[in-house]
Design a protein around this ligand. Structure first.
Ligand code: NAD
Ligand code: WQD
Length: 340
């Protein structure tokens, strides 16, 4: 089985590539390195002793995408490649629509030419729910007006996939709405590699703990939550990687040539920013320098998943603890800085 992994050198793609190789799949990693590093390929090799095929392609380039589909035959596609910075998307919305939606459309144009229904997994995000009215969030909740062009681009991608399904074209699709992935591979050889100042909480915490940043600002402690800080559903990256294998197996074994499913991927448990900081401090025996600051514009107050659909239909749930995720995030940061 040969699987195309777009964005396979990125954070989620690299962890999933490792599991795919360990499960015996052949993979072709496509990445334009816009938010990743070619060294990740060597580290995937160090972990798995397997070197995947790699193509440095910008998926916005229609001709290059056509050539990719001429050069290889794929049994499945996991489409991770996208830009993901909420902040940047506010300043450069067009960049987000052309990359996130445009790349998907180029791939879909090729899928339409295939004889057999392709197995396709798409990376969506809990951001499509905006601030949901109730918790936990299940997949039937209405998709709210997105807070950012990034969120809007993910919504549009979901609509593009729905249109392809509704048009009657045979293809098997699972869309995964990830909640907040954190942590790193237990080897500490791959992990999250933010460019510049991290926007996400956990890389900011680890960079503060190691001394790259002076102080973490907690964005607001006057929300209507137990301790006043925002609540999220943090999922270990190894659990998130694993769910792609489960979904791929489901797609491959299904006889339904127009299978079309959307699943939340989270733990089902909400954790506040302060709770997360304290767990990080305890499991790693570190005192973190942090202060309370202003609310961050666009933040939802609370978001955690109802995970019953994926549990019932695919018998999948998370296995790793938040403690384990925060230990692995710290080990990754230590490994990144071991020579300094
Ligand atoms: P990432 O930036 O680490 O990985 C994305 C990879 O795609 C990068 O290696 C980048 O170089 C590549 N890429 C981007 N545009 C490309 C293009 N035009 N052609 C080829 N390669 C391209 O991001 P990630 O955290 O691994 O996220 C993977 C997917 O999951 C994205 O679609 C993202 O929107 C989605 N997602 C991420 C999170 C999160 O918090 N990390 C949450 C929900 C959803
Ligand atoms: C988590 C919590 C912050 C940094 C983002 C995207 C979303 C999805 C997941 C891709 C929030 C607080 C953060 C800091 C802080 N990604 N925080 N100080 O906002 O849930 O979602 O990633 O699809 O689209 O928006 O994640 O890690 O940025 O923040 O207090 O320096 O940590 O306010 O409550 P978020 P995050």
């Amino acid at each position: 089985m040969q699987i195309l992994v777009t964005g396979g050198l990125g954070y989620i793609g690299s962890h999933t590539s490792v599991l795919l190789l360990e499960k015996g799949y052949d993979i072709v990693v496509v990445d334009d390195l816009s938010n990743s590093n070619i060294e990740v390929l060597d580290n995937i090799f160090k972990i798995t002793s397997k070197k995947p095929a790699f193509e440095k392609i910008d998926l916005k380039d229609k001709k290059a995408v056509s050539k990719l589909f001429q050069d290889y035959t794929f049994d499945g596609i996991i489409h991770f490649a996208a830009h993901k910075s909420v902040n940047e998307s506010v300043n450069y919305p067009e960049k987000y629509f052309s990359n996130n939606v445009g790349s998907l459309e180029n791939i879909i144009d090729e899928i339409k030419l295939l004889e057999n229904p392709i197995n396709f997994i798409f990376s969506s995000s809990c951001t499509v729910y905006g601030q949901a009215d109730l918790m936990p969030i299940d997949e039937s909740f209405p998709l709210k007006e997105a807070e950012s062009p990034y969120g809007q681009s993910k919504r549009q991608c979901e609509e593009v996939l729905k249109s392809l399904h509704d048009s009657g074209h045979s293809f098997k699709n699972i869309t995964l709405r990830y909640f907040n992935p954190i942590g790193a591979h237990p080897s500490a050889l791959i992990g999250e590699l933010p460019l510049g100042i991290p926007e996400n909480l956990v890389p900011y915490i680890t960079q503060t703990a190691i001394g790259k940043r002076e102080c973490l600002t907690v964005f607001g402690n006057d929300y209507e939550t137990a301790d006043g800080t925002c609540v999220r559903d943090y999922i270990h990256i190894m659990d998130l990687a694993e769910v792609h294998i489960t979904c791929l197996e489901k797609l491959i074994s299904s006889n339904d040539d127009s299978l079309f499913k959307v699943y939340n991927v989270g733990t089902g448990k909400g954790t506040s920013v302060l709770e997360l900081i304290h767990i990080f401090e305890n499991v790693n025996d570190i005192k973190l320098n942090y202060k309370i600051g202003e609310r961050r514009k666009g933040d939802v107050v609370t978001a955690y998943a109802d995970t019953s659909k994926i549990k019932e239909e695919l018998n999948w749930s998370t296995k790793n603890s938040l403690k384990n995720a925060l230990k692995s995030a710290w080990n990754w940061e230590l490994n990144l800085n071991k020579d300094e």
